[in-house]
Design a binder for this molecule. Structure first.
Ligand code: AMP
Length: 328
Protein backbone atom coordinates (compact mmCIF):
# COMPACT_ATOMS: atom_id res chain seq x y z
CA UNK A 1 0.00 0.00 0.00
CA UNK A 2 2.79 2.32 0.96
CA UNK A 3 4.54 1.68 -2.33
CA UNK A 4 1.37 2.24 -4.31
CA UNK A 5 0.74 5.45 -2.40
CA UNK A 6 4.13 6.74 -3.47
CA UNK A 7 2.99 6.73 -7.07
CA UNK A 8 -0.10 8.77 -6.40
CA UNK A 9 1.17 12.22 -5.51
CA UNK A 10 -1.02 14.71 -7.34
CA UNK A 11 1.85 16.96 -8.44
CA UNK A 12 2.63 14.45 -11.20
CA UNK A 13 2.07 15.57 -14.78
CA UNK A 14 1.43 12.03 -15.95
CA UNK A 15 -2.09 11.76 -17.38
CA UNK A 16 -2.69 8.26 -16.00
CA UNK A 17 -1.59 9.27 -12.51
CA UNK A 18 -3.78 12.38 -12.62
CA UNK A 19 -6.84 10.39 -13.64
CA UNK A 20 -6.24 7.89 -10.85
CA UNK A 21 -5.65 10.71 -8.37
CA UNK A 22 -9.17 11.98 -9.00
CA UNK A 23 -10.36 8.77 -7.41
CA UNK A 24 -7.96 9.02 -4.50
CA UNK A 25 -8.87 10.76 -1.27
CA UNK A 26 -5.79 12.67 -0.15
CA UNK A 27 -5.36 14.24 3.25
CA UNK A 28 -2.75 17.03 3.20
CA UNK A 29 -1.13 19.48 5.65
CA UNK A 30 -0.16 16.85 8.17
CA UNK A 31 2.72 17.68 10.52
CA UNK A 32 6.03 17.35 8.69
CA UNK A 33 4.21 17.72 5.36
CA UNK A 34 3.37 14.03 5.34
CA UNK A 35 0.53 12.89 3.22
CA UNK A 36 -1.68 9.85 3.72
CA UNK A 37 -3.22 8.38 0.61
CA UNK A 38 -6.29 6.20 0.76
CA UNK A 39 -6.95 4.07 -2.29
CA UNK A 40 -10.29 2.87 -3.41
CA UNK A 41 -10.19 -0.96 -3.89
CA UNK A 42 -11.48 -0.39 -7.44
CA UNK A 43 -8.62 2.01 -8.15
CA UNK A 44 -6.18 -0.48 -6.68
CA UNK A 45 -7.51 -3.21 -8.98
CA UNK A 46 -7.42 -0.82 -11.96
CA UNK A 47 -3.83 0.11 -11.17
CA UNK A 48 -2.88 -3.58 -10.76
CA UNK A 49 -4.46 -4.59 -14.09
CA UNK A 50 -2.86 -1.62 -15.88
CA UNK A 51 0.51 -2.56 -14.39
CA UNK A 52 0.06 -6.16 -15.60
CA UNK A 53 -0.91 -5.04 -19.12
CA UNK A 54 2.01 -2.60 -19.35
CA UNK A 55 4.41 -5.30 -18.20
CA UNK A 56 2.89 -7.85 -20.59
CA UNK A 57 2.12 -10.29 -17.78
CA UNK A 58 -1.16 -11.33 -19.37
CA UNK A 59 0.71 -12.55 -22.46
CA UNK A 60 1.64 -15.78 -20.69
CA UNK A 61 -1.39 -16.60 -18.53
CA UNK A 62 -0.49 -20.27 -18.27
CA UNK A 63 2.71 -19.70 -16.31
CA UNK A 64 1.04 -17.67 -13.56
CA UNK A 65 3.28 -14.69 -14.28
CA UNK A 66 0.22 -12.46 -13.90
CA UNK A 67 0.62 -13.18 -10.19
CA UNK A 68 4.14 -11.76 -10.37
CA UNK A 69 3.32 -8.15 -9.42
CA UNK A 70 1.10 -9.31 -6.57
CA UNK A 71 3.82 -11.56 -5.23
CA UNK A 72 6.35 -8.75 -5.62
CA UNK A 73 4.13 -6.25 -3.78
CA UNK A 74 3.60 -8.71 -0.99
CA UNK A 75 7.34 -9.41 -0.92
CA UNK A 76 6.64 -13.15 -0.72
CA UNK A 77 9.55 -14.54 -2.67
CA UNK A 78 11.98 -13.27 -5.28
CA UNK A 79 14.87 -14.95 -7.11
CA UNK A 80 17.25 -13.01 -4.81
CA UNK A 81 15.92 -15.04 -1.84
CA UNK A 82 17.50 -18.20 -3.25
CA UNK A 83 21.06 -16.80 -3.09
CA UNK A 84 21.90 -18.21 -6.49
CA UNK A 85 25.45 -18.10 -7.79
CA UNK A 86 26.03 -14.63 -9.40
CA UNK A 87 26.55 -16.02 -12.92
CA UNK A 88 23.34 -18.02 -12.68
CA UNK A 89 21.46 -14.97 -11.38
CA UNK A 90 22.69 -13.06 -14.45
CA UNK A 91 21.31 -15.84 -16.68
CA UNK A 92 17.94 -15.70 -14.88
CA UNK A 93 17.75 -11.93 -15.42
CA UNK A 94 18.80 -12.17 -19.06
CA UNK A 95 16.04 -14.73 -19.67
CA UNK A 96 13.59 -12.08 -18.40
CA UNK A 97 12.55 -14.09 -15.32
CA UNK A 98 11.83 -11.54 -12.60
CA UNK A 99 9.69 -13.46 -10.12
CA UNK A 100 9.50 -17.22 -9.44
CA UNK A 101 6.31 -18.93 -10.57
CA UNK A 102 4.39 -20.78 -7.81
CA UNK A 103 5.95 -24.18 -8.62
CA UNK A 104 9.40 -22.54 -8.62
CA UNK A 105 8.71 -20.82 -5.30
CA UNK A 106 7.73 -24.15 -3.76
CA UNK A 107 10.23 -26.55 -5.37
CA UNK A 108 13.49 -24.57 -5.48
CA UNK A 109 14.11 -24.33 -1.68
CA UNK A 110 13.35 -28.06 -1.22
CA UNK A 111 15.70 -29.09 -4.06
CA UNK A 112 18.43 -26.79 -2.71
CA UNK A 113 18.11 -28.64 0.62
CA UNK A 114 18.98 -31.85 -1.24
CA UNK A 115 15.58 -33.54 -0.83
CA UNK A 116 13.93 -35.78 -3.46
CA UNK A 117 10.64 -34.40 -4.74
CA UNK A 118 7.57 -35.66 -6.54
CA UNK A 119 5.88 -32.65 -8.13
CA UNK A 120 2.54 -32.46 -9.86
CA UNK A 121 2.88 -29.64 -12.40
CA UNK A 122 1.81 -29.14 -15.98
CA UNK A 123 3.69 -27.61 -18.87
CA UNK A 124 3.36 -23.84 -18.81
CA UNK A 125 3.77 -23.54 -15.03
CA UNK A 126 7.52 -22.92 -15.15
CA UNK A 127 8.30 -26.50 -14.04
CA UNK A 128 11.49 -26.69 -16.16
CA UNK A 129 12.98 -23.71 -14.31
CA UNK A 130 11.78 -25.24 -11.02
CA UNK A 131 14.29 -28.09 -11.35
CA UNK A 132 16.92 -26.52 -13.66
CA UNK A 133 17.64 -23.49 -11.49
CA UNK A 134 18.49 -25.27 -8.20
CA UNK A 135 20.44 -28.00 -10.02
CA UNK A 136 22.43 -25.39 -11.99
CA UNK A 137 23.10 -23.54 -8.73
CA UNK A 138 24.39 -26.72 -7.06
CA UNK A 139 26.67 -27.48 -10.04
CA UNK A 140 27.86 -23.85 -10.28
CA UNK A 141 28.89 -23.86 -6.61
CA UNK A 142 30.84 -27.13 -6.94
CA UNK A 143 34.64 -27.04 -7.33
CA UNK A 144 34.81 -29.72 -9.97
CA UNK A 145 32.66 -29.42 -13.07
CA UNK A 146 34.41 -32.02 -15.21
CA UNK A 147 31.91 -34.86 -15.22
CA UNK A 148 28.30 -35.58 -16.08
CA UNK A 149 26.42 -34.87 -12.87
CA UNK A 150 22.84 -34.51 -14.08
CA UNK A 151 20.56 -36.64 -16.23
CA UNK A 152 17.14 -35.36 -17.31
CA UNK A 153 14.83 -37.92 -18.92
CA UNK A 154 12.03 -36.65 -21.18
CA UNK A 155 9.49 -38.54 -23.31
CA UNK A 156 10.08 -36.83 -26.67
CA UNK A 157 12.90 -35.23 -28.62
CA UNK A 158 10.91 -31.97 -28.81
CA UNK A 159 10.70 -31.72 -25.03
CA UNK A 160 14.38 -32.71 -24.66
CA UNK A 161 15.35 -29.92 -27.06
CA UNK A 162 13.15 -27.35 -25.26
CA UNK A 163 14.70 -28.25 -21.90
CA UNK A 164 18.18 -28.00 -23.43
CA UNK A 165 17.40 -24.54 -24.81
CA UNK A 166 16.24 -23.35 -21.40
CA UNK A 167 19.31 -24.91 -19.72
CA UNK A 168 21.62 -23.16 -22.20
CA UNK A 169 19.90 -19.80 -21.61
CA UNK A 170 19.94 -20.01 -17.81
CA UNK A 171 23.49 -21.41 -17.65
CA UNK A 172 24.89 -19.03 -20.28
CA UNK A 173 27.24 -17.15 -17.90
CA UNK A 174 28.13 -20.14 -15.69
CA UNK A 175 30.16 -22.27 -18.11
CA UNK A 176 27.94 -25.29 -17.34
CA UNK A 177 27.41 -27.42 -20.46
CA UNK A 178 24.37 -29.41 -21.59
CA UNK A 179 23.37 -31.58 -24.53
CA UNK A 180 20.10 -33.06 -25.81
CA UNK A 181 20.39 -36.76 -26.67
CA UNK A 182 17.57 -38.30 -28.69
CA UNK A 183 16.95 -40.89 -31.39
CA UNK A 184 16.32 -40.31 -35.07
CA UNK A 185 18.21 -37.71 -37.05
CA UNK A 186 21.24 -38.43 -39.20
CA UNK A 187 24.68 -39.83 -38.40
CA UNK A 188 26.07 -36.37 -37.67
CA UNK A 189 23.55 -35.88 -34.80
CA UNK A 190 24.69 -39.19 -33.27
CA UNK A 191 28.33 -38.19 -33.71
CA UNK A 192 27.69 -34.80 -32.04
CA UNK A 193 25.99 -36.53 -29.09
CA UNK A 194 28.88 -39.02 -28.80
CA UNK A 195 31.44 -36.17 -28.73
CA UNK A 196 29.44 -34.28 -26.09
CA UNK A 197 29.25 -37.39 -23.92
CA UNK A 198 32.99 -38.07 -24.29
CA UNK A 199 33.77 -34.46 -23.34
CA UNK A 200 31.98 -35.04 -20.01
CA UNK A 201 29.13 -32.64 -20.65
CA UNK A 202 27.61 -31.56 -17.28
CA UNK A 203 23.92 -32.11 -18.07
CA UNK A 204 22.44 -34.71 -20.42
CA UNK A 205 18.81 -34.29 -21.44
CA UNK A 206 17.72 -37.51 -23.08
CA UNK A 207 14.91 -39.67 -24.34
CA UNK A 208 15.19 -43.12 -22.71
CA UNK A 209 15.78 -45.26 -25.84
CA UNK A 210 18.77 -43.35 -27.22
CA UNK A 211 20.31 -42.99 -23.76
CA UNK A 212 20.29 -46.76 -23.32
CA UNK A 213 22.06 -47.11 -26.69
CA UNK A 214 24.89 -44.87 -25.41
CA UNK A 215 25.00 -46.65 -22.03
CA UNK A 216 25.19 -50.15 -23.50
CA UNK A 217 27.81 -49.12 -26.08
CA UNK A 218 30.03 -48.19 -23.13
CA UNK A 219 30.59 -44.58 -24.30
CA UNK A 220 28.51 -43.15 -21.48
CA UNK A 221 29.44 -43.70 -17.84
CA UNK A 222 27.24 -42.18 -15.17
CA UNK A 223 29.26 -43.16 -12.05
CA UNK A 224 29.46 -39.53 -10.86
CA UNK A 225 25.82 -38.71 -11.38
CA UNK A 226 24.28 -36.72 -8.52
CA UNK A 227 20.92 -35.68 -9.99
CA UNK A 228 18.30 -37.66 -11.88
CA UNK A 229 15.22 -35.79 -13.12
CA UNK A 230 12.17 -37.33 -14.78
CA UNK A 231 10.14 -34.75 -16.67
CA UNK A 232 6.58 -35.57 -17.83
CA UNK A 233 6.91 -38.95 -16.09
CA UNK A 234 3.26 -39.84 -16.77
CA UNK A 235 3.81 -39.42 -20.50
CA UNK A 236 6.96 -41.55 -20.39
CA UNK A 237 5.01 -44.38 -18.76
CA UNK A 238 2.12 -43.96 -21.23
CA UNK A 239 4.67 -44.34 -24.03
CA UNK A 240 5.90 -47.64 -22.53
CA UNK A 241 9.24 -46.43 -21.11
CA UNK A 242 8.86 -48.06 -17.67
CA UNK A 243 11.40 -50.85 -18.32
CA UNK A 244 13.82 -48.44 -20.00
CA UNK A 245 13.66 -46.08 -17.02
CA UNK A 246 14.33 -48.92 -14.56
CA UNK A 247 17.22 -50.11 -16.73
CA UNK A 248 18.75 -46.61 -16.82
CA UNK A 249 18.35 -46.29 -13.04
CA UNK A 250 20.32 -49.57 -12.62
CA UNK A 251 23.37 -47.79 -14.14
CA UNK A 252 23.19 -44.88 -11.66
CA UNK A 253 24.73 -44.45 -8.21
CA UNK A 254 22.25 -45.26 -5.40
CA UNK A 255 23.30 -42.10 -3.59
CA UNK A 256 21.72 -39.33 -5.71
CA UNK A 257 18.95 -36.74 -5.68
CA UNK A 258 15.92 -37.74 -7.75
CA UNK A 259 13.20 -35.32 -8.89
CA UNK A 260 10.02 -36.52 -10.54
CA UNK A 261 7.71 -34.11 -12.38
CA UNK A 262 4.38 -35.24 -13.77
CA UNK A 263 1.20 -33.51 -14.96
CA UNK A 264 -0.96 -36.25 -13.45
CA UNK A 265 -0.44 -38.68 -10.56
CA UNK A 266 -1.99 -42.04 -11.52
CA UNK A 267 -1.18 -45.15 -9.46
CA UNK A 268 1.69 -46.33 -11.66
CA UNK A 269 3.54 -43.02 -11.16
CA UNK A 270 3.35 -43.52 -7.39
CA UNK A 271 4.64 -47.08 -7.82
CA UNK A 272 7.57 -45.79 -9.88
CA UNK A 273 8.18 -43.03 -7.33
CA UNK A 274 8.34 -45.57 -4.49
CA UNK A 275 11.01 -47.51 -6.39
CA UNK A 276 13.33 -44.66 -7.37
CA UNK A 277 12.75 -41.81 -4.88
CA UNK A 278 13.87 -41.64 -1.25
CA UNK A 279 11.51 -40.02 1.25
CA UNK A 280 10.29 -37.46 -1.30
CA UNK A 281 8.60 -34.14 -0.53
CA UNK A 282 5.32 -33.91 -2.43
CA UNK A 283 4.56 -30.64 -4.21
CA UNK A 284 1.27 -29.90 -5.90
CA UNK A 285 0.03 -26.84 -7.65
CA UNK A 286 -3.58 -26.50 -8.72
CA UNK A 287 -4.26 -28.23 -11.99
CA UNK A 288 -5.48 -25.92 -14.73
CA UNK A 289 -9.24 -25.62 -14.90
CA UNK A 290 -11.31 -25.65 -18.08
CA UNK A 291 -12.41 -22.16 -19.13
CA UNK A 292 -15.67 -20.92 -17.67
CA UNK A 293 -18.61 -22.14 -19.77
CA UNK A 294 -16.88 -25.36 -20.82
CA UNK A 295 -18.63 -28.50 -19.65
CA UNK A 296 -16.35 -31.57 -19.48
CA UNK A 297 -17.94 -35.01 -19.42
CA UNK A 298 -16.46 -38.52 -19.36
CA UNK A 299 -18.21 -41.65 -20.65
CA UNK A 300 -16.75 -45.06 -19.79
CA UNK A 301 -17.61 -47.33 -22.71
CA UNK A 302 -16.41 -50.51 -24.41
CA UNK A 303 -14.74 -50.20 -27.83
CA UNK A 304 -17.87 -51.30 -29.69
CA UNK A 305 -19.92 -48.56 -28.02
CA UNK A 306 -17.67 -45.67 -29.04
CA UNK A 307 -19.08 -44.99 -32.50
CA UNK A 308 -22.78 -45.21 -31.48
CA UNK A 309 -22.01 -42.94 -28.53
CA UNK A 310 -20.32 -40.37 -30.76
CA UNK A 311 -23.22 -40.52 -33.23
CA UNK A 312 -25.73 -40.02 -30.46
CA UNK A 313 -23.80 -37.10 -28.95
CA UNK A 314 -23.52 -35.36 -32.32
CA UNK A 315 -27.19 -35.99 -33.15
CA UNK A 316 -28.51 -34.69 -29.85
CA UNK A 317 -26.23 -31.68 -29.41
CA UNK A 318 -26.41 -28.48 -31.43
CA UNK A 319 -22.73 -28.00 -32.25
CA UNK A 320 -21.52 -25.49 -34.85
CA UNK A 321 -18.22 -27.27 -35.30
CA UNK A 322 -16.61 -30.28 -33.65
CA UNK A 323 -13.11 -31.71 -33.30
CA UNK A 324 -12.69 -35.39 -32.46
CA UNK A 325 -9.28 -36.47 -31.12
CA UNK A 326 -8.35 -40.12 -31.44
CA UNK A 327 -5.27 -42.11 -30.49
CA UNK A 328 -5.19 -44.13 -33.74
P1 AMP B 1 7.53 -24.63 -18.60
O1 AMP B 1 6.32 -24.86 -17.74
O2 AMP B 1 8.78 -25.01 -17.90
O3 AMP B 1 7.38 -25.27 -19.94
O4 AMP B 1 7.67 -23.03 -18.83
C1 AMP B 1 6.76 -22.28 -19.57
C2 AMP B 1 7.34 -20.95 -20.01
O5 AMP B 1 7.46 -20.07 -18.89
C3 AMP B 1 8.73 -21.05 -20.64
O6 AMP B 1 8.71 -20.32 -21.85
C4 AMP B 1 9.64 -20.37 -19.65
O7 AMP B 1 10.70 -19.69 -20.30
C5 AMP B 1 8.72 -19.39 -18.93
N1 AMP B 1 9.11 -19.15 -17.53
C6 AMP B 1 9.53 -20.07 -16.64
N2 AMP B 1 9.78 -19.50 -15.44
C7 AMP B 1 9.49 -18.18 -15.57
C8 AMP B 1 9.53 -17.06 -14.68
N3 AMP B 1 9.90 -17.18 -13.42
N4 AMP B 1 9.15 -15.85 -15.15
C9 AMP B 1 8.74 -15.72 -16.45
N5 AMP B 1 8.68 -16.73 -17.35
C10 AMP B 1 9.05 -17.95 -16.91
Amino acid sequence: FHRLGDDFTDNSDDEFTQSVCKNTKTKTNLPGDHRITYLDPIVLLYKYITFCILKGYFLYPANFSYLAPLITYLDIVTFKDFNFNDDLFEGVSSMGFTTPTPIQGMAIPVILEGRDIIACAQTGTGKTGAYLLPVLDIIAKKDSKHHTSTLILAPTRELAQQIDQQAEGLAYFTGISSIAVFGGGDGSAYEQQRRGIQNNVNIIIATPGRLIAHLTSGILKLNHLTHLILDEADRMLDMGFYDDIMRIVSYLPKERQTLLFSATMPGHIRTLAKKILTNPEQINIALSQPAVGIDQQIYRVHDAQKTPLLQSLLKNGSYLSTIVFASR
